[in-house]
Ligand binder design. Structure first.
Ligand code: BG6
Length: 480
């Protein structure tokens, strides 16, 4: 393979994302010998810090075990830190000097930064810090990619004026999750699934994301975006495209991303009538955390109408899916942590069993926690009677693949960037379509200050959400 040195530059090294995610992920990859052998890590941020100070902030999140001290000492040696401003060419010159000291190398820049500094930072990288000769430069960016179609297009055009699309790695960490990647294999590696994967057999598809935690003091940040931008427009929509796309000609990044974009192009903008918005309120009988409603967070404006919960019915207007509701729902401060895709099939035609006995089949792909694929099937109740009952064909990962460790999403994605694989990153046209679908709704909610429905911290969310799913012929099975 390529023996060149790779330099990973973490921009915003003193920030929260770097401390909680990026450095711990780099350390995990390093200790598992997964990083390319010749890798150096440079932290860059405004704060004047020694390398020891920087790393000691990250260490609580790295979970270094007793037996790993020697390895960690080696890890420290591949690290360094440069303090500098985000808008000073001279500081980026010092960063470039630090990279050049290592040698001629490939360069990865991870922008763990607030979006307000994306422009100056990328301008400075382009002007001063690009790799030369046969060495590549790659830029990793995190959402928010703008806050509506216009601002996102502005950012896209800015980035496109500096970098080629193949240099840009837009992270949606859901694409790094094991069960999300499994969707492509399940769908296109199983003959029995392909003939039923369409409007003739599927009655609805529910894609859910639930969290049992509120904003936890991050409300100020959250309030600028809301749950639609935070989770639905990216994570859930990405799941939808993988569930709905046609079979790509190959598993190459461009082939898969082409199919995903086609799905998005077939989705009309969401209308308010197909949406239920919610905002959580404190639960006086709950745990201390649950007693705090969204508006009790001191960093949230008292009159905020920002949704912390949303259910939306979406439609893919193509030959395969026309008329099938894709019900996306996501929320904070709910009763559990869960992310799953639930495909509900149509009723059995010409049912011969006692009325109401036969339930619809469902295929569930549980992304987290406790990864699983299971299929709800009807079987005869074992024993003398001829009753039937619903049961599950169950592929729960921890029993089927016990002992196999599931890589963390960020670990996989960061390795993908080292390897130049863009399969699990969002292309600019996907992003454009995602914003096209959600922008009119977001603008309407904000302009008209549409009031979200209050729901209690620790509940299943507003009952209107279940009512909407029922209206779209989703038969609640008591567990979704
Ligand atoms: C992030 C959102 O993208 O995803 C957070 O900004 C959310 O609000 C998080 O909590 C959920 O990620 P995961 O991997 O814990 O499901």
């Amino acid at each position: 393979g390529d023996k060149s040195v790779n330099v990973f530059v973490c921009m915003g090294a003193s920030g929260d994302l770097a401390k909680k995610k990026i450095y711990p992920v780099l350390w995990n990859l390093y200790k598992e010998d997964l990083l390319p052998t010749e890798t150096r890590i440079i932290g860059y941020a405004r704060t004047k810090l020694s390398l020891e100070e920087l790393l000691s902030r990250c260490e609580p999140f790295m979970k270094i075990k007793d037996g790993e001290k020697a390895k960690y000492a080696e890890f420290i040696k591949i690290n360094s830190y440069v303090a500098g401003n985000y808008d000073k060419a001279a500081d980026f010159k010092r960063l470039d000097d630090a990279i050049k000291e290592i040698g001629s190398c490939h360069r990865l820049f991870y922008l763990a930064l607030p979006p307000s500094v994306y422009e100056p930072v990328t301008l400075n990288i382009k002007a001063t810090c690009m790799a030369t000769g046969d060495k590549w430069t790659r830029i990793i960016i995190e959402k928010p990619f703008g806050r509506d179609l216009d601002s996102s297009e502005h950012l896209s055009q800015h980035l496109a004026s500096l970098f080629k699309e193949e240099q840009l790695y837009r992270i949606d960490h859901y694409l790094g999750k094991e069960m999300v990647q499994n969707l492509v294999v399940l769908r296109f590696g199983n003959r029995i699934l392909s003939p039923i994967w369409n409007r003739d057999s599927v009655s609805s598809i529910v894609i859910s994301f639930k969290e049992p935690i509120g904003t936890q003091g991050r409300g100020g940040y959250f309030d600028e975006f809301g749950i639609i931008r935070d989770v639905m427009q990216n994570h859930l929509l990405q799941l939808l495209t993988l569930v709905a796309m046609e079979k790509p000609p190959s598993t190459k990044a461009e082939d898969i991303r082409n199919e995903k974009v086609k799905v998005l192009k077939s989705i009309p903008p969401i209308e308010l009538k197909d949406v239920v918005l919610g905002q959580y309120v404190g639960n006086p009988d709950g745990t201390p955390d649950q007693r705090e409603g969204y508006l009790d967070d001191p960093t949230v404006p008292k009159d905020s109408v920002t949704p912390t919960f949303v259910t939306a019915a979406m439609f893919v207007k193509n030959e395969r899916w026309d008329g099938v509701p894709f019900i996306l729902r996501c929320g904070k401060a709910l009763n559990e942590r869960k992310a799953e895709v639930r495909i509900q099939f149509r009723d059995v035609p010409g049912d011969i069993f006692a009325e109401g006995k036969v339930k619809r089949n469902e295929l569930v792909i549980r992304v987290q926690p406790n990864e699983a694929v299971y299929m709800k099937l009807m079987t005869k109740t074992p024993g003398m009677s001829f009753n039937c009952e619903e049961t599950e064909l169950d592929l729960t990962y921890h029993s089927r693949y016990s002992g196999v460790s599931m890589p963390e999403a960020y670990e996989r994605l960061i390795l993908d960037v080292f390897n130049g694989s863009q399969i699990n990153f969002v292309r600019s046209d996907e992003l454009y379509e995602a914003w096209r679908i959600f922008t009119p709704l977001l603008h309407k909610i904000e302009k008209e200050k549409i009031k979200p429905i209050p729901y209690i911290f620790g509940s299943r969310g507003p009952k209107e959400s279940d009512e909407m799913s029922a209206k779209y012929d989703f038969k609640y099975t008591g567990e979704y």
